[in-house]
Design a protein around this ligand. Sequence first.
Ligand code: 5GP
Ligand code: MG
Length: 464
Amino acid sequence: MCGVFGIYNNSKAAQLTYYALYALQHRGQESAGIISSNEGKFHHHKGLGLVADVFKEEQIASLEGKAAIGHVRYSTTGANSLQNAQPLFFKYQGGNLALAHNGNLVNAHQLRSHLERQGSIFQTTSDTEVAAHLIARAGYENSEQSVKESLGMIKGSYAMLFLADNKLIAVRDPNGIRPLSLGKLNGSFVVSSETCAFDTIGATFLRDVEPGEMIIIDQDGIRSERVSSYPTQATCVFEYIYFARPDSDIEGLNVHTVRKQLGKRLAQEAPIEADVVTGVPDSSISAAIGYAEEANIPYELGLIKNRYIGRTFIQPSQELRERGVRLKLNAVRKVVAGKRVVMIDDSIVRGTTSGRIVSMLREAGATEVHVRISSPPVTHPCYYGIDTSAKEELIASSKSIEEIREHIGADTLAYLSTEGMLDTFKDRLGAISEATQCCGYCEGCFSGSYPTEIIEQDKHSLER
Ligand code: 5GP
Ligand code: MG
């Protein structure tokens, strides 16, 4: 997972990109970077860690120019190293080109072997560099043409931004797996993984980039071209379930509203007698509110998360953990003691989180803990950039729901049905779907059926 942002024709390009990356921080905490272009002279700065750690005021000031792209990274393919931090930058016969990618290419391994056999030298282990090589080899002086041709060879998920000498190019894969939206800020165009970044910088949302669409932004304004003639929409449902920020809209649907609706449906499918409903912060709060509303059980803040724990924080040792060192999450004793608690979470992946929370709630005095999950069991790996890992690590790929219940120590456990999940999208889409012909979702992690071919050679490297 990652977040991308781009801006064209704004004298504060780098500064606005910095604020936008701040808004997209939840999409990746491992590295951050910005490349700006000042009439063809490129400036870049990137580093490991959070946006706030990587950029200081003087660095932003040095990123001159009226166009910029930025990236926050959550490594899925390729190790977490500075070399793999994006945006990537290269020079080729067509000029300068910077590139920022959210997604995962599912034939990168295959393409890379092929390119290496032909003499290409790679500087990173990231799948994104493959796209750069293909562009450089395409041989057109026009960056647009090169981008278009190389995209024809790559498979998988990509919301990609390219900054060339005199234009910004934004593309979305033919299935529209990862989100990408277009906005406007006075005289400039902006492109972002999520709309929450538009709100942050005061930009207006225009529309989503369409699956298989390439948008070219330059001096003359904006143009659209198709990179794929038969797009089939398959937007990732996990963006709505877990990944995106609740204040973002994806394909016309507000993320919080979808989550709340999933929680309501869950309450219809799996009701239980209880005293309070609580959600695991932050991602399942919306679903918990929906569940509580539908079940007519009070919603309470039974669990509190420490906001200042980043991904780099030092994990407590086993000994400290056993002594109850709760740095990340704590139960609110007065809320749950003596109560029958419904605990809502958005997903169970490996099954460790839920188990810990159930015992935390019991230690705080809950008399019963009923776990309700606002998505179906995750039974298959994601090859498109969600970090859910190899099949063997997914608890629901080998255990029944009753076995998982036992594993996490809950009194009862229920998941939302796949039908319930998809109905929620269908209901809410209603009128929208006809206008935009948007109605397809990728739910490969729940069903094992994927919208693209996945090259065998690549499977292994994607399931690290
Ligand atoms: P588990 O311990 O079952 O692997 O973790 C499930 C928890 O992780 C849920 O609370 C869910 O919100 C969160 N989660 C789901 N998907 C992801 C992901 O791709 N990355 C991270 N860091 N957390 C996730
Ligand atoms: Mg969670």
